[in-house]
Design a protein around this ligand. Sequence first.
Ligand SMILES: Cc1cc2nc3c(=O)[nH]c(=O)nc-3n(C[C@H](O)[C@H](O)[C@H](O)COP(=O)(O)OP(=O)(O)OC[C@H]3O[C@@H](n4cnc5c(N)ncnc54)[C@H](O)[C@@H]3O)c2cc1C
Length: 448
Amino acid sequence: MNYEVIIVGAGPAGIFAALTLADAGIQRVLLLERGKDLSKRQRHNSEDMLCGWGGAGAYSDGKLTLSAEIGGLLNEFTEKKALDQLLKKTDEIYVAHGAPDIFFGAQSPQIEEIADRARLAEMELIPFPIRHIGTENCRIVLDRLRESVAGRVEIRTGCHVQNIRVENGKVQGVELADGQVLSSRFVVAAPGRSGAAWMKQQADALKLKINPSPVDLGVRVELPATVLKKITDVIYESKLIYYSKTFDDKVRTFCMNPYGEVVTEKNNGVITVNGHSYAEKRSENTNFAILVSSAFTEPFDDPIAYGLYIAGLANLIGKGAIVQRLGDLLAGRRSTPTRMEHCLTRPTLTDATPGDLGFVFPYRHMTSIIEMLQAMDRLAPGVSSRHTLLYGVEVKFYSNRIKVSPELETEVTNLFAIGDGTGITRGLIQASASGILAGRAIADKAGF
Ligand SMILES: Cc1cc2nc3c(=O)[nH]c(=O)nc-3n(C[C@H](O)[C@H](O)[C@H](O)COP(=O)(O)OP(=O)(O)OC[C@H]3O[C@@H](n4cnc5c(N)ncnc54)[C@H](O)[C@@H]3O)c2cc1C
């Protein structure tokens, strides 16, 4: 064997797996990452946004959602007390590597009051505590994590893993894009959302059981920060759930960024939108996603393809991301550069094309998004203003949930699947925690 363990992907999941293995004293651990090293990543390069040391975590907002119910499905594998401890341990590692002491969302009468008002507006507020690292501090934390593993784990960036190699139901190692074959006793697949399509290919080739999950499609909403200030000052990120009047579809807010920026990212060749905020630097706007969940059964069961198709439509007519004033959307017309000049919300993403999202979203999604905005307007007047900006398309692929054991081992012996790319987690803290779980399980199996 060339290596004891090969880890595919240097996002939070892969990094925490590497750290756990190194701390357990396991030698000959190789971490392979198809993107660049952190210092070489350029924020405005859409490939670099998601790939490279730190994965999607590098330019994330760095909100650690310290709740077993949010950000993944680890609660289906681990009982609550153990999971709470694991998340606490994960948070401590972030703090030990420089995560600041900025907290939001501890239980308070103010939160109860917001929850009551949300209920009156037909929404449910899910409160949870958050440590806010902030985008600028993410790099510092990721740099320190790199220093922690350097010398104990071999790290190769710019190294695309083509295939996972398996013989007689047992993992053998990996094959790189340049044809090189590397053998190992264990493989940990941690490819992230940007590698979800690759993970599906591998799962199909290896005949791993996968369960398609819903795809979440929607828009990134941007409005003046004052509109949500009374809520974001207390909760920072409010998770609101709504069931649309017309379709009874589950609609939710996601990734709220007070005083943040809207950004684009590249997902499997398609440009989509997202948002983040810095701990110190502030814009005058708040942004958040409104996402509609759609599940498929038969004969179609490929939610990734569906999400990419809709996002691709926005790219087709907008040559990238599209921005539209809510007022224009409701009036049935496109936004134009001239109409955008009359918009009181100044867009933080300046290279989105003013256009018409009505040409992009199915009626079902569009209706649900508008109905949620109207419900939110009852909680925070101004949300449904004609000056509110909608950017499209935001898409969250949680699909292809790989069947794994509670230790996150797949049906292939010694092949572990962790993080967002395997449909098991959906955020920094659980992705990182999944790395710890797999690292511990491998250390046990390897007799350390
Ligand atoms: C703009 C933005 C803001 C976000 N804000 C937050 C937030 O505030 N809070 C939160 O909890 N989450 C946030 N997230 C999500 C968070 O970043 C992810 O949940 C987390 O990074 C998932 O970690 P991961 O290790 O599973 O995957 P990733 O971070 O995606 O890392 C996977 C890595 O694997 C590499 N890879 C993929 N396939 C291969 C291959 N075949 N060979 C070699 N390498 C490969 C990729 O290049 C990538 O670097 C945000 C994401 C974005 C994009």
